[in-house]
Design a protein around this ligand. Structure first.
Ligand SMILES: C[S@@+](CC[C@H](N)C(=O)[O-])C[C@H]1O[C@@H](n2cnc3c(N)ncnc32)[C@H](O)[C@@H]1O
Length: 209
């Protein structure tokens, strides 16, 4: 069985007990090197996932064929821009189970005390978000997962397109010791640098906070 484990945004106390128990029971742990380092377990085999995801899938396949218990660790929740989709597609849902985790998006909205019922979640991890002008106009809350430097320029253009009718927040290193939540001016997008672990929230000014 392959268990895809949502590990939360980083801090141990944001890891659910179900996630910890899946990690404890695994023979094989798979994940980004940082996650493998962070999540202690007795698993003897560890597979680091790099940009070459197919290599990791091939290694998972070998252990899966040998009936090993495999835990694939992902940050936050597996349902938000994670490896889960690739793993389920490769091995079939009947061979996978998914343990939800606390997402960085959830945490970011919790930090500013705003609901996220109607939020649009976009990723700038591999490429800039693909969202058309109509969608931008109709969306009241956006969470943008960072990952690329040019996302700052993209955000600047977005704010300009919305005639500055939005408030912008940077939620960096959520749950970690160096967590910071800042309200940004558009100038900050050119003058400041941001952690690679950052969720930008773009909130229409008419939404109550
Ligand atoms: C590949 S996506 C994974 C998202 C994840 N599945 C989730 O639910 O949070 C990675 C992005 O998540 C965000 N992220 C993950 N952990 C974070 C943290 N501790 N603080 C801020 N952002 C974080 C960053 O935007 C990062 O570029």
């Amino acid at each position: 069985m392959i268990t895809i484990v949502g590990c939360g945004p980083g801090a141990d106390d944001y890891l659910t007990m179900a996630a910890q128990s899946a990690i404890d029971q695994a023979d094989v742990l798979v994940g980004a090197p940082r996650l493998l380092e962070l999540r202690k377990s007795g698993a003897v085999v560890k597979i680091a996932v790099t940009a070459h995801i197919d290599d990791a899938l091939e290694k998972i396949g070998k252990h899966h064929a040998g009936n090993r218990r495999i835990a694939v660790l992902v940050t936050g929740d597996p349902g938000i821009f994670s490896l889960a989709r690739r793993v389920i597609k490769a091995f079939g849902l009947e061979n996978c189970r998914v343990i939800p985790g606390i997402s960085s998006v959830q945490t970011a909205f919790a930090r500013i005390g705003l609901n996220w019922n109607d939020a649009r979640i976009l990723s700038a991890h591999h490429e800039l978000p693909d969202i058309d002008a109509l969608d931008i106009e109709s969306t009241t809350k956006m969470a943008v997962l960072s990952g690329r430097d040019d996302v700052l320029q993209w955000l600047q253009q977005l704010v300009a397109r919305l005639n500055n009718r939005v408030t912008l927040f940077a939620c960096e290193n959520l749950t970690l010791d160096n967590e910071t939540i800042s309200e940004l001016s558009t100038a900050d997008l050119t003058d400041r640098s941001f952690s690679s672990r950052c969720v930008f929230l773009v909130i229409r000014k008419d939404q109550s906070i």
